[in-house]
Design a protein around this ligand. Structure first.
Ligand code: NDP
Length: 297
């Protein structure tokens, strides 16, 4: 009997990843035989790890912190190709390997983070961001992946706030061409009280705040001025579980609607599943089961 096709999530650290569980649910739901494992890559060894895994028959993988930019470089190199959204983000979270007749392999890189976030906001939560003011916190791989898809929702303004302003400036430069097309104003600022306070005071707050930073991992609170989030606004942290708690408590205290990153996680996984298997699984039952699983552990 031929073994099932192999898939994986590659990261460092990776032991916390729920992706193997989610893809197992999707496989069962759609009647696909596959294996999906965690692969820990050394911090300086992403490309070597992928080459080794590919030689061992890996068909595709998700890529998580901190390798999304390495995955982008891999798929931009010889034998590689990128989706339009991954090229814009310059960050890749999904790789698909394709064998050629001469034994060489090609690699296709995509980024499903933005589609996952947008689907969670618009379909699962039923929230429209059209004409709204959005604050996006962070300018790492996740923020890069979601900025274009967020703009496509046609908010009137996206303020892009990052601790290292050079990174938000780079993201801004790459996306400024989209502004006119979507009728969105895009502004990069430093994620600091001194920069954000006048912005918040001018605008009277944001209707949505999306946290794509890892600040809570180092136990640091974000420097957000009072009334950053308007009452009733959406406050979404891409993290889930205890690391998301501080931000979600802040959202609740602001009178907003708190949302963790679990819905985004399941939706971006469904998008990756479709890229590999050509079928889109149902996400609602998997999200519900994942929430029950997390609550019980
Ligand atoms: P990166 O490491 O690429 O980026 C981290 C970001 O956090 C940077 O903008 C960094 O700012 C900022 N940051 C780190 N520490 C602090 C701090 N103390 N104060 C303020 N800002 C800080 O990570 P990713 O972008 O790949 O991931 C971000 C988060 O999103 C992760 O927790 C990840 O798990 C989550 N995520 C969730 C997904 C989901 O499906 N739910 C999908 C993708 C990501 P600076 O540039 O200044 O260093």
């Amino acid at each position: 009997m031929t073994p099932p096709n192999r898939y994986a999530v590659v990261g460092n650290p990776v032991e916390h990843s729920r992706s193997p569980w989610i893809h197992a649910q999707f496989a069962q739901q759609t009647g696909r035989a596959l294996s999906y494992e965690r692969v820990l890559a050394p911090l300086e060894g992403f490309a070597t790890t992928i080459a080794h895994q590919r030689a061992e028959g890996l068909h595709g993988c998700n890529v998580t912190v901190p390798f999304k930019f390495d995955a982008y470089r891999l798929a931009s190199g010889p034998g590689g190709s990128l989706s339009t959204r991954a090229a814009l983000a310059q960050a890749v979270n999904t790789l698909r390997f394709e064998s050629e007749a001469d034994g060489t392999f090609r690699v296709f890189g995509d980024n499903t983070d933005g589609a996952g976030l947008v689907r969670d906001i618009t379909v699962n939560l039923g929230v429209s961001l059209a004409g709204k003011r959005v604050l996006l916190l962070g300018a790492g791989g996740a923020a890069a992946g979601v900025l274009g898809p967020l703009m496509a929702l046609r908010p009137s303004l996206i303020v892009l706030a990052n601790r290292t302003v050079g990174r938000s400036q780079q993201l801004f430069e790459r996306h400024r061409g989209m502004c006119a097309r979507h009728g969105t104003r895009l502004e990069p600022v430093t994620l600091a009280l001194t920069s954000l306070t006048p912005v918040v005071n001018d605008l009277g707050g944001f209707e949505a705040v999306v946290n794509a930073t890892t600040s809570s991992l180092s136990g640091q609170e974000l420097p957000l001025p009072p009334r950053t989030l308007r009452p009733g606004g959406l406050g979404l942290d891409m993290m889930y579980g205890s690391p998301a708690r501080t931000f979600l408590d802040w959202v609740a205290a602001s009178g907003g609607q708190p949302r963790d990153g679990m819905g985004m996680l399941v939706e971006q996984a469904a998008e990756s599943f479709e890229i590999w298997h050509g079928v889109r699984p149902q996400t609602a039952p998997v999200l519900q089961a994942l929430r029950s699983l997390m609550a019980a552990t």
